[in-house]
Design a protein around this ligand. Sequence first.
Ligand code: ZN
Length: 160
Amino acid sequence: MQIADNTVVSIHYTLTNDEGEVLDTSRGAQALSYLHGAGNIIKGLEKALLGKQAGDTLAVTVAPEDAYGEYSEEFVQVLPREAFDGIDEVAPGMQFHADIGFGPQIITILNIDANGIAVDGNHPLAGEALTFDVEITGVRSATAEELTHGHVHGPECNHH
Ligand code: ZN
C-alpha cells in the first residue's frame, strides 16, 4: 500500500541538523506512527513520504519554512520579572510553556537583567534545515475513528 492521505504510516527516523548533529531518533525505540495528511508531522517530511511504501528508505532535507519556521526576531521579547511570579528559579536556558501573545508555545530564557527577563519564543529548531533519514516500516488504512480524531490509535496512542 502506498502512502496517501488517510493512511497510517509507521517510520523509523533519524533527524540531523545542518552540522550533522543527531537531534532525535526513533532507532532503539518504537517506530513513529502518524496519520498521513492530518498535519501530524512537519509539512516537508509529510510531502516527501507521499507515494512511498513499506520497506522504502529515503533521506530528505526540509527547509525551515517547511519545518519549524524561519527564526523571527519578533519572538524575542523582554518580559517583566512579574511574568514569572510563582516560579522560584529562573535562569538562562530554562524553557517554559507559555502564552506571551502569539499562542501557546515553548519559550527559552535568554538572560535576566534589571530591565526584565529576555525570552525567545521561537521553536528551538526554527531556522534550521532538518535532514530526516527515514525507513518506512508500515502503511495501513486509517480507521474511521482515527480519521474523526485526526490521529493514530493503537498501542502507541497516548491521546486517550
Ligand atoms: Zn483519538
